[in-house]
Design a protein around this ligand. Structure first.
Ligand code: NAP
Ligand code: MG
Length: 399
C-alpha cells in the first residue's frame, strides 16, 4: 500500500505523562503505517519546556500561525508540587494559556457520541459544541470587602471626561464589591470565531446573556454579536442553511435541555466555565471530549479536553497495566489531519481522517473499550475491557 502524501507539515506539540505515552502509540499504530506523516515537531513536555526556558511553547504557537494547523498533546501546568518534582527554575505558565494569548482564539469543545453510551440527558442525540469566551469578566476582576459605614464608587475617566457612579452605600452593613471589564475587541473576536466555526461545521450558533438585567454590560455583548452577524455573516449563514439565535441565558438553559443537540452554544466566560462541565458530564466522559482552538484569522489547534492523566501514569511507571482512554487524543489527530487535508485540497488525507474516526467509534460500538467506558456501556454486545495498547491495536484492525 502506498502511503498518503502530505504537502504542508502539521505542527505537532508533544506533551507529558500518560498522554505522551499514548501519543507515540497513536502515531506508530494508527497513523504512520498509512500516512507519510509530515510534522514540524515541538516538544512541550515539561522537561524540554524547562530546558528552553519555555521558549518552545511560544515557538510552537508561532508555527501554528505560519502553517495554520496544529495538534497538541496534554501538558502539565506546573504548580508548587511540580516545581519540586521536575526541579523547575520557575513555575512556568500554562502552555495552553500562552498559546491562546498568541493565537487569540476561542476554544470549542464537543463530545464524541457512540451508540451504547447514552447521555444522561436522553434527548441529546447530537453533540452540543461549547464555545467559551476566554477573556475577562470575573476572571479578570478586582474585588474588595467594604466595612460598615463605607461607600463604593465607580470612577471612569475617558475622552468624555470623569464620571463617578455610586455603587452602594454601606452605611447599614459592611459588604463586598467587585469591578470587572471586557473589551469590544475581544468580544468581536469571540463573535467572529463562533460564526466562522459555525460555517465550517454547518451548525447553528446559540448565544445568550442576561441583557434584561445588565443593560449596558451584557447588552454590549448582544449588540456586538448582532452587528457582526448582520454585516458580515447573515448572507453566508443563509447560503449554508444555518441560523444565529440569540436569547436570554435562563431561556437558553431551558431550551438546551429540551433540544436534540447539534448546535454551537456560545457562552460568556463564566457561563462557559460552568455549562461546559455540565455538558461534558452529561455526555458521559471527559475522555470523550474533543477541543479545538480557533483563532479569528483562521488558525486551528486540536487537542483532547482532558489532562495528562497523572494517576494512570504513576501506575504505568510501576509497570502496572493501564487502561487510559485514547479516543479524544485520536480525534485531535484526525481533526488536525482533516483540516490539513481540507486546506491543502488533499482528499485522501480527509478520507483517512474520517475513516480513523469511524474505526474508533465502531470499535467501541462492537464492545471493545477502555476501562472508563465499561460501566457506561449499554448494548446487546458485552463490553470487553482492553488496555490502551490493545484498544489502539483493535482500532487498527478495524481501520
Ligand atoms: P486529568 O488528567 O484530566 O485526569 C483526571 C481524571 O479523569 C483521571 O485521574 C481519570 O480518572 C479521568 N480521566 C481523564 N482523562 C482520562 C482518559 N483519557 N482515560 C481515562 N480516564 C481519564 O486531570 P488532572 O489529573 O486534574 O490533571 C493532570 C495534569 O494534567 C495536571 O498536571 C494538569 O495541569 C494537566 N492538565 C492539562 C490539560 C491540557 O493540557 N489541556 C488540561 C487539564 C489538565 P481516574 O483516575 O478515576 O481513572
Ligand atoms: Mg471549570
Amino acid at each position: 500500500m502506498t502511503k498518503i502524501k502530505m504537502t504542508v507539515p502539521l505542527v505537532e506539540m508533544d506533551g507529558d505523562e500518560m498522554t505522551r505515552v499514548i501519543w507515540q502509540q497513536i502515531k506508530d499504530i494508527l497513523i504512520t503505517p498509512y500516512v507519510d506523516l509530515k510534522t514540524e515537531y515541538y516538544d512541550l513536555g515539561l522537561v524540554h519546556r524547562e530546558e528552553t526556558k519555555d521558549a518552545v511553547t511560544t515557538q510552537s504557537a508561532l508555527a501554528i500561525k505560519k502553517y495554520g494547523v496544529g495538534v497538541k498533546c496534554a501538558t502539565i501546568t506546573p504548580n508548587a508540587q511540580r516545581v519540586e518534582e521536575y526541579n523547575l527554575s520557575t513555575m512556568w505558565k500554562s502552555p495552553n494559556g500562552t498559546i491562546r494569548a498568541i493565537l487569540d482564539g476561542t476554544v470549542f469543545r464537543a463530545p464524541i457520541l457512540v451508540k451504547g453510551i447514552q447521555p444522561y440527558v436522553p434527548g441529546w442525540t447530537s453533540p452540543i459544541t461549547m464555545a467559551r469566551h476566554a477573556y475577562g469578566d470575573i476572571y479578570r476582576d478586582v474585588e474588595s470587602k467594604v466595612a460598615k459605614g463605607g461607600k463604593a464608587t465607580l470612577v471612569i475617566e475617558d475622552e468624555n471626561g470623569r464620571r463617578e457612579i455610586e455603587i452602594f452605600d454601606f452605611s447599614k452593613s459592611g459588604g463586598i464589591v467587585l469591578g470587572m471589564h471586557n473589551t469590544e475587541k475581544s468580544i468581536a473576536s469571540f463573535a467572529r470565531c463562533c460564526f466562522n466555526y459555525a460555517l465550517d461545521v454547518k451548525q447553528d450558533v446559540w448565544f445568550a446573556t442576561k441583557d434584561t438585567i445588565s443593560k449596558t454590560y451584557d447588552h454590549t455583548f448582544k449588540d456586538i454579536f448582532a452587528e457582526i452577524y448582520e454585516s458580515e455573516y447573515k448572507e453566508k449563514f443563509e447560503k449554508a442553511g444555518i441560523e444565529y439565535f440569540y436569547t436570554l441565558i435562563d431561556d437558553a438553559v431551558a431550551r438546551v435541555m429540551r433540544s436534540h443537540g447539534g448546535f454551537i452554544w456560545a457562552c460568556k466566560n463564566y457561563d462557559g466555565d460552568v455549562m461546559s462541565d455540565m455538558v461534558a458530564t452529561a455526555y458521559g466522559s471527559l475522555a470523550m471530549m474533543t477541543s479545538v482552538l480557533v483563532s479569528p484569522d483562521g488558525n486551528y489547534e486540536y487537542e483532547a479536553a482532558h489532562g495528562t492523566v497523572t494517576r494512570h501514569y504513576y501506575k504505568y511507571l510501576k509497570g502496572e497495566e493501564t487502561s487510559t482512554n485514547p479516543v479524544a487524543t485520536i480525534f485531535a489527530w484526525s481533526g488536525a489531519l482533516r483540516k490539513r487535508g481540507e486546506l491543502d485540497k488533499n482528499a485522501e488525507l480527509v478520507d483517512f481522517a474520517n475513516k480513523l474516526e469511524r474505526a474508533t467509534i465502531s470499535t467501541i460500538e462492537s464492545g471493545y473499550m477502555t476501562g472508563d467506558l465499561v460501566s457506561l456501556f449499554k448494548s446487546d454486545v458485552p463490553a470487553v475491557k482492553l488496555n490502551t495498547e490493545q484498544f489502539i491495536r483493535k482500532i487498527a484492525e478495524n481501520l
